[in-house]
Write a protein that binds this ligand. Structure first.
Ligand code: P1T
Length: 380
């Protein structure tokens, strides 16, 4: 089946007892058993819940994965992946990535004895050089948050395949509609389902999908043993959101392209980071690796002061100043103090993230209203 059909039907079937077309919200913590451990597939809801199963099958279908496990948040999904490693293991990660991922790696896992090298992964040579004998995982985020850099998934996956290293891709910024990392050769794909998959800024969730059975056994063990699971209502809302993923993505990307062109030509704007612009350093790679260029962008102003950027961000009316992304509504944010505030300033600046950078998550409103809103905020 094609993607748009899978978004609605993958792994879904009418509920058996009533024929309900949408999966019921199985709001239960436990399940009756005929005899100890003789049951209908579910024993305790930390381990599994039919509403969660429906969501997991749907995401697995979209990512072309054999299996998916859902979590209570995106960072809980990353946490579960990292907990499959052991003290003494080493991870190579991109140097431009979500601040919460950086914080989890450096403040939780580093003290437990896992080593990290953060490199500019747009340069495959630097990835190769960072690999050590104890490297067990390569952490790819593409497009990166917040600078929209593009990492060549196929090239990195080829590098890891010969060395018995797993490659994991945080696919949150692209969504499976635009990019399917497993098809490109990666071993693991991870999502903050809070974003495009949920799509309506009303849930927090995460997902890990893979066709590597040994890895997914470890993830299932994490689900059961550490228990960062999503509730059935959140699973239902995410599942409902996914059914319009392709339609929302098409409109968001269409709007984003117009906004990127508008900003790129604006006399007060210094630089726009958007993979759909021809001046983007990985424009061709993005066109090859992604179905389209996405709905996230960031930009800097000619007046490169933090004060000016703050003024613009607090002047919009249609764009809401808020963390997060991927919802139907457009958001504007200040990465340096919001999503990436936990990264030390010198580390941020070394990776190219300045205090005056502004990030946009473009929604599905009328694009003329969005452009007028930005024009007004830029010239206020
Ligand atoms: O917020 P949570 O569902 O736990 O997901 C974490 C996460 C993981 N990966 C990426 C690429 C992300 O962007 C995020 C969360 N990001 C934001 C809240 C943000 O505004 O960038």
């Amino acid at each position: 089946m094609k993607f748009n059909t899978r978004a609605i039907h993958a792994g879904q079937k009418p509920e058996e007892t009533t024929g309900a077309v949408m999966p019921p919200i199985f709001q239960t913590s436990t399940y009756a058993q005929e005899a100890p451990n003789i049951h209908q597939g579910y024993d305790y809801a930390r381990v599994g819940n039919p509403t969660r199963t429906a969501l997991e099958k749907l995401i697995a279908g979209l990512e072309e994965a054999a299996e998916c496990a859902c979590f209570a948040s995106g960072v809980a999904a990353i946490d579960a992946i990292l907990k499959t490693l052991k003290p003494g293991d080493h991870v190579v990660s991109t140097n431009d990535l979500y601040g919460g991922t950086y914080r989890l790696f450096t403040t939780v896992f580093e003290p437990y004895g896992i080593g990290f090298s953060f490199v500019d992964m747009t340069k495959p040579d630097l990835v190769e050089q960072a690999i050590k004998p104890n490297t067990k995982l390569i952490w790819i985020e593409t497009p990166t948050n917040p600078l929209l850099r593009i990492i060549d998934i196929r090239t990195v996956a080829e590098m890891t395949a010969k060395r018995n290293i797993l490659s994991a891709v945080d696919n949150t910024f692209a969504s499976p509609y635009l990019q399917q990392p497993l098809v490109l050769g990666a071993d693991i794909v991870m999502h903050s389902t809070t974003k495009y998959l949920g799509g309506h800024s009303d849930i927090i969730g995460g997902a890990v999908a893979s066709s590597n059975e040994e890895f997914m056994d470890k993830i299932r063990f994490q689900v059961k043993t550490t228990g960062a699971v999503p509730g059935p209502m959140d699973c239902y809302l995410t599942l409902r959101g996914i059914k319009t993923l392709h339609v929302r993505m098409e409109r968001s990307v269409e709007n984003a392209k117009e906004i990127a062109n508008f900003l790129n030509q604006h006399q007060l704007v210094e630089h726009v980071h958007y993979p759909g612009l021809q001046n983007h350093p990985q424009f061709e790679l993005a066109a090859r690796q992604m179905k389209d260029s996405g709905a996230m962008m960031s930009f800097s102003l000619k007046d490169n002061t933090t004060e000016r950027a703050m003024k613009v961000m607090s002047s919009t009316n249609v764009f809401t100043l808020a963390e997060s992304l991927g919802g139907v509504e457009s958001l504007i944010s200040h990465p340096a103090s919001m999503t990436h505030g936990s990264i030390p300033k010198e580390v941020r600046e070394k990776a190219g993230l300045s205090d005056s950078l502004i990030r946009l998550s473009v929604g599905i409103e009328d694009v003329e209203d969005l452009i007028n809103d930005l024009e007004m905020a830029l010239t206020t």
